[in-house]
Design a binder for this molecule. Structure first.
Ligand SMILES: [Zn+2]
Length: 248
C-alpha cells in the first residue's frame, strides 16, 4: 500500500482532514492550521484558476509581455479568470513610492539639496478601446538614482501635471526636468523648472521598458486595453512591483 502525504497548497501545513466531496465527487480537504487563510482545498482541481501558483503566474505573465488571452491559453484557464485575478490588484496599488518617502531623511535632504531634489517628469501616451480615447501615464523619477517617485493616469491636459505635482510635494524637489509641453510650463515655477529633452533621457528609457514589457503598450500591434480599469491596473502593478519594490 502507498500513502501520499496531503499538504495544504496555501500554507504547506500537514494538519489536514477530509471534508466531504464536491458535487463532481472530488475529495475535499480541510486545513486545520489556524493561521491558514484558506482552509478548504482540493488536491486535483478541475478548475485550475483556483490554484495559488496559477494566480501568481497570471500576475507575472501580465508584466512580461503576455496579454490576457495569451495568459489564458498558456495556463489553460478562462480569460475571465485572468481579468478577475488582475482586477483584485486594484485595491493594493499605490501611486506614490512610500518606501522611498520613508527613507528620505529630512536632515540629509537639506544637506544634499542639489542631489536629492532633482526629478525627471514625462508623460507616456497610450489608449483605451480606440485611439480617440487616449490615456496618458504621468511619471516622475529621481534624476540621480532613477528611482520612481510617483505616477498618475489621465488626459494630456493640465490636471495630469497638477495631480502629479501634488503627489511629488512630500519629496521636497528643487528641480523638475521635463519636455516643452505647456502643462508643465503653466504649473511649475520657472525657478525650479528645466524644460529640456536632454535631461529626460532616463525616464524616456523607462517608458520604453514599459512598452516592451506590457503587451497592451506595444506600438504597431492590434493589442490594446478595452477598459480604463484594466489599463491602469496592469501598468500600476508593474510600477508597484518593479519600481516601488512592493510584493504585489
Ligand atoms: Zn492551510
Amino acid at each position: 500500500m502507498t500513502f501520499i502525504a496531503v499538504r495544504c497548497p496555501h500554507c504547506q501545513s500537514d494538519q489536514i482532514v477530509k471534508r466531504g466531496k464536491t458535487t463532481r465527487g472530488t475529495q475535499r480537504y480541510l486545513c486545520q492550521n489556524t493561521l491558514c487563510t484558506k482552509g478548504s482545498f482540493l488536491l486535483d482541481y478541475g478548475n485550475r484558476g483556483c490554484l495559488p501558483e496559477v494566480k501568481h503566474t497570471i500576475n507575472d505573465m501580465s508584466l512580461n509581455a503576455s496579454g490576457v488571452r495569451d495568459t489564458a491559453r498558456s495556463l489553460h484557464i478562462c480569460p475571465n479568470t485572468v481579468l478577475r485575478e488582475l482586477k483584485k490588484k486594484a485595491t493594493v496599488l499605490e501611486s506614490v513610492n512610500t518606501a522611498l518617502l520613508r527613507t528620505l531623511n529630512p536632515a540629509e535632504v537639506a544637506w544634499d539639496m542639489e542631489r536629492a531634489g532633482e526629478a525627471e517628469v514625462d508623460e507616456m501616451w497610450s489608449f483605451v478601446g480606440n485611439k480617440g480615447n487616449p490615456r496618458w501615464l504621468w511619471h516622475a523619477i529621481d534624476h540621480h538614482t532613477g528611482k520612481v517617485f510617483a505616477y498618475v493616469f489621465g488626459r494630456r491636459k493640465d490636471e495630469g501635471s497638477v495631480q502629479l505635482k501634488t503627489l511629488l510635494e512630500p519629496f521636497g524637489l528643487t528641480r523638475y526636468s521635463t519636455d516643452h509641453w505647456g502643462a508643465y510650463t503653466r504649473h511649475l515655477d520657472p525657478d525650479v523648472h528645466n524644460p529640456s529633452t536632454r535631461n529626460t533621457q532616463q525616464i524616456e528609457r523607462k517608458h520604453l521598458t514599459l512598452r516592451t514589457r506590457m503587451k497592451r503598450l506595444v506600438r504597431k500591434t492590434i493589442c490594446l486595453s478595452k477598459t480604463i480599469q484594466m489599463h491602469d491596473i496592469v501598468i500600476g502593478l508593474f510600477v508597484n512591483r518593479y519600481a516601488f519594490g512592493r510584493a504585489v
